[in-house]
Design a protein around this ligand. Structure first.
Ligand code: PLP
Length: 456
């Protein structure tokens, strides 16, 4: 058997990869034909591939490497914990120090009385936990009919059966018989694509009021919770009109349903506050966390719940758990990651320095002939590509996916940007410098110009 190393020729690595490795959200045959890009190392906001290209990572991996790559403190935290206690579980009346310390720290940084953490290995698993937790909560309170969770179309909440069901991605629901029962989706607040003749303000209210209508239609006695990302990420960084969140909050305050903020992307500084729900002005009953919790250095997620939910769940045996709940190495790394965020004042840096700088540069992209709206909240931004800004027109189907074409140009120009249809998105590491933002924007403009030349 061949020993596989970073020093093998790229083509050989690609061939072996395609032969045995099935990739997520990919067409395996296309991957086999083209060959995957092989990433070999990373530092700060830069990743390097097997051809020696230095690429600026405008997506922080998958929206997760908040403190940037190459953090020796996180390496040391993992090594120390590996040596001391590489694994033990927290089932059956046991615990360990990394779980205790991380939970205390999360209770400190989370808003309001969100003081209790149920861990998972990922954001998807944590959302599965949430489904079972909110239904158990209502059953324990003597309201077992309250089972339905209202979510939004084009939301992303993960890839497990539960996570993908909560999510509103048509392509995911089309495979494997989803969604599971008792999940209901209202429309998303995407004014650019769906606002028609309404003003953004009218549209924001119309979309928020769909929640109230859904509660009426489904019956308040049957609705357990509403789940939302404070800013939809994988759906294309959809920033709702200003009227949207206050109206959602009014509705949630009026009805007896739990509010779940999926903070998997928005948490840990991405929007300029510790959590995205703080940025949009509401306090949830439950928060889903993952990604920035460990800056992606270890797989870990969880649900942070408030005192009320914890007290109700705490009174029963909650028959739910994962082998890797509060994995000690992952927990130790997550704790050290939060220490870095605090000690280096990364959230303050985002809020007061780098996000305002990026915003100014990002919003200027709206002057590009192919860019309609340019939206940004903290360190997550999107641009909508269009052949005609005034009418917010979409590209003709035979133009190919213009977003895909532009993403390929970004790759060629050593910039990682993602596309969702004809929306281009960024979510760079939070520690990116102003000079690196300039490089990112320069490469984005070049890629858009080249993309436009290929479309026309
Ligand atoms: N929730 C949101 C908002 C996400 O963006 C994601 C992943 O992108 C998830 C949940 C799922 O997290 P994971 O991929 O860790 O399972």
């Amino acid at each position: 058997m061949t020993i596989i190393t970073n020093h093998m020729p790229t083509a050989e690595l690609q061939k072996l990869d395609a032969a045995h490795h099935m990739h997520p959200f990919s067409t395996q045959n296309e991957l086999a034909a083209k060959g995957a890009r092989v990433i070999t190392s990373a530092d700060g906001v830069w990743i390097q591939d097997s051809e020696g290209n230095k690429i600026i990572d405008g997506m922080a991996g998958l929206w997760c490497v908040n403190v940037g790559y190459g953090r020796d403190r996180l390496v040391q935290a993992a090594a120390r914990q590996m040596a001391e206690l590489p694994y033990y579980n927290t089932f059956f009346m046991t615990t360990h120090v990394p779980a205790i310390a991380l939970s205390q720290k999360l209770a400190e940084v989370a808003p309001g009385d969100l003081n209790h953490v149920f861990y998972a290995g990922s954001g998807s698993e944590a959302n599965d936990t949430n489904i079972r937790m909110v239904r158990t909560y209502w059953a324990e309170k003597g309201k077992p009919t309250k089972k339905i969770i209202i979510s939004r179309k084009n939301a992303y909440h993960g890839s497990t059966l539960g996570g993908a069901s909560l999510g509103g991605m048509g392509g995911m629901h089309a495979q494997g018989g989803l969604p599971i029962p008792d999940v209901y989706h209202i429309d998303q607040p995407n004014w650019w694509a769906e606002g028609g003749d309404m003003s953004p303000e009218e549209f924001g209210l119309e979309r928020a009021r769909q929640l109230e209508q859904a509660i009426h239609d489904l019956g308040e006695d049957n609705v357990a919770a509403f789940i939302a990302e404070p800013v939809q990420g994988a759906g294309g960084v959809i920033v709702p009109p200003e009227t949207y969140w206050p109206e959602i909050k009014r509705i949630c305050d009026k009805y007896e349903i739990l509010l779940i903020a999926d903070e998997v992307i928005c948490g840990f500084g991405r929007t300029g506050n510790w959590f995205g729900s703080e940025t949009v002005g509401w306090t949830p009953d439950i928060m889903t966390i993952a990604k920035g919790l460990s800056s992606g250095y270890q797989p870990i997620g969880g649900s942070i719940v408030n005192d009320e939910v914890a007290s109700v769940i705490g009174a029963c045996e909650f028959n739910h758990g994962y082998t890797y709940n509060a994995h000690p190495v992952a927990a130790a790394v997550a704790l050290e990651n939060i220490n870095i965020l605090q000690e280096e004042k990364v959230v303050e840096y985002v809020r007061d320095d780098i996000a305002p700088y990026l915003k100014q540069k990002w919003e200027a992209l709206a002057d590009h002939p192919m860019v309609g709206e340019a939206k940004i909240v903290g360190m997550m931004g999107s641009i909508a590509l269009t052949p005609h800004k005034e009418s917010r027109a979409k590209f003709a189907a035979d133009a190919g996916s213009v977003g895909y074409i532009c993403r390929e140009r970004c790759f060629a120009n050593n910039l990682i940007m993602r596309h969702v249809g004809d929306r281009m998105i960024i979510s760079p590491p939070l520690v990116i410098t102003r000079a690196e933002v300039d490089v990112l924007i320069e490469r984005a403009v070049k890629s858009l110009d080249e993309g436009m030349a290929r479309v026309k």
